[in-house]
Design a protein around this ligand. Structure first.
Ligand code: UN1
Length: 496
């Protein structure tokens, strides 16, 4: 599919507009360097206008009955369904992931839109008896206001939907800053919302960098909620800068996810799960398996099967049908990933395969990195502690189950984890003891579904979850309402 290259704009208060500065930046394909489009390089002035538009639109939007807001998400979900193939094609070009995965990314947005559309007829609160006679009480969810949405490039359609769909159904308005590596997908997302009938000002898009646009959103006093998926470093900065206004900050940050392989595991199944979780999306998922904690009894066998499977993976552009692994997002990602191969070798880990930029067969035009496996990794090594966000994984041998759990937990992050075992007791202990927001049994670390909470413990975030019912807690404020129908003064909290 040929993408028509053109100049794109911000969307503010229902109008497509250039950045106040008139400056632009380019989006390039990580597979070929092809120009995807030119986008406004916005700044605080553009954010100011977008926030003002969103603030104004909030007054009507919050009063539209929630089931009607939900219907709009159903319409949006259907439009995304119709456009799925084109969006997936575009994603292979702008972001790089392989076509089937791109389809999965778009499908998550469809699923989330339908799930949150249905929430328009629920948004349940509680009723509960009063301690006094002739008195009624209930808790209700209230919209909060303007939500600042800052999204990454790795799930360029799915992640905006995880944030924007619940924000809207709960009655908030949105200023959306898509990642600078995938602005066209962000743009298409908003175009479809507009086509679905979102009123002017309810969703605004401001393109540009985190320093200029993201920071202005985070500091803006009229944006009470910030939701960010990004790096730990960005999360810390966002939280710090949002503190002056005591904002609600929802953070979904890094991972260093472990797959534990016990001595009783089905090794072929484990190898398939590891290959998919470590090298799918070129390892660029927060949920990617970047540590494999293996019982020594099966270490040798698992290692050789895994290396053979990794070496069979074919690198190429995402739109080619036989591609297993696409490019990484940009040059600086490629350099960072390679620097960790050097760090791993320097630390004394054994490079079993990969460890180099992939060239030949046209790969030189893009940012391709060979699937990389390190063996004999010590749990404290940097390659076993730091998020690399690329197709690199580390095999860590252990002697028993307790050590496996200790090693798996011995990191600052806590997003996803997995255990391969056929022992039901071990499986349940792992479900209890792995300190992550998500745990899989006999499956890899990726593949979270939209109707369960998504997020992590420890420094993966700040306690919030997105997706499922949990997302509603990010985008609503609880209000408790007491109605006294006794017709007399009833004093609560006083001895009578
Ligand atoms: C992410 O990488 O930030 O569970 C999201 C998964 C996907 C989402 C990953 N459904 O791997």
């Amino acid at each position: 599919m040929a993408v028509t290259t053109k100049q794109f704009r911000n969307f503010i208060g229902g109008e497509w507009v250039d950045a106040a500065s008139g400056e632009t930046f380019e989006s390039l394909s990580p597979a070929t360097g092809e120009l995807i489009g030119t986008f406004p390089k916005s700044g605080p002035e553009d954010v100011e206008r977008a926030v003002a538009a969103a603030k104004e639109a909030f007054e009507e939007w919050r009063l539209l009955p929630a089931p009607k807001r939900g219907e709009l998400l159903f319409r949006f979900g259907r439009l995304v369904q119709e456009e799925k193939d084109d969006l997936a094609d575009l994603m292979t070009r702008e972001m790089g992931k392989v076509k089937a995965e791109a389809g999965g990314d778009v499908q998550e947005a469809i699923d989330m839109s339908f799930y949150m559309g249905g929430e328009g007829r629920r948004l349940f609160g509680h009723t509960t008896p009063s301690e006094l006679p002739d008195k009624f009480q209930m808790s209700v969810r209230m919209p909060i206001g303007v939500v600042g949405v800052i999204t990454p490039w790795n799930f360029p359609i799915a992640i905006p939907s995880w944030k924007i769909a619940p924000a809207l159904v709960c009655g908030n308005t949105v200023v959306f800053k898509p990642a600078t590596d995938t602005p066209l997908l962000g743009e298409r997302f908003v175009e479809l919302l507009v086509e679905a009938g979102v009123p002017a000002g309810v969703v605004n898009v401001v393109h540009g960098g985190g320093g200029a646009v993201g920071d202005a959103l985070v500091r803006h006093p009229d944006v009470p909620v910030i939701t960010l998926t990004g790096s730990r470093e960005t999360g810390v900065t966002v939280m710090r800068n949002a503190a002056d206004n005591l904002k609600r900050v929802h953070l979904e940050l890094g991972g260093k996810n472990a797959i534990v392989v016990m001595d009783d595991a089905d090794l072929d199944l484990a190898v398939e799960g590891i290959v998919w979780s470590a090298f799918g999306t070129s390892g660029q998922r927060c949920t990617a398996a970047s540590r494999i904690v293996v019982h020594r009894k099966v270490y040798g066998e698992l290692q050789s099967k895994l290396v053979a499977a990794a070496e069979r993976l074919r690198l190429g552009p995402g739109w080619e049908a036989d591609t297993d692994v696409g490019p990484v997002i940009n040059r600086s990602a490629l350099e960072k990933i390679h620097s960790y191969s050097e760090i791993g070798s320097g630390e004394g880990a054994k490079l079993l395969t990969g460890g180099e930029v992939a060239t030949g067969n046209g790969l030189d035009q893009g940012f391709f990195y060979r699937p990389t496996i390190f063996g004999d990794v010590e749990p404290e090594m940097r390659i076993a502690q730091e998020e690399i966000f690329g197709p690199t994984t580390a095999l860590i041998p252990v002697d028993d189950f307790d050590e496996a759990i200790r090693v798996a937990n011995g990191i600052r992050f806590g997003l996803s984890s997995s255990i391969y075992t056929r022992d039901v007791n071990r499986a349940f202990r792992a479900m209890r003891d792995l300190q992550t927001g998500i745990t899989y049994v006999n499956a890899g670390t990726t593949g979270a579904e939209v109707h369960l909470p998504f997020g992590g413990t420890k420094e993966t975030g700040n306690g919030h979850r997105e997706a499922g019912q949990a997302a509603l807690d990010v985008f609503t404020e609880w209000k408790s309402i007491y109605v006294d129908y006794s017709g007399r003064l009833q004093k609560a909290q006083i001895d009578v």
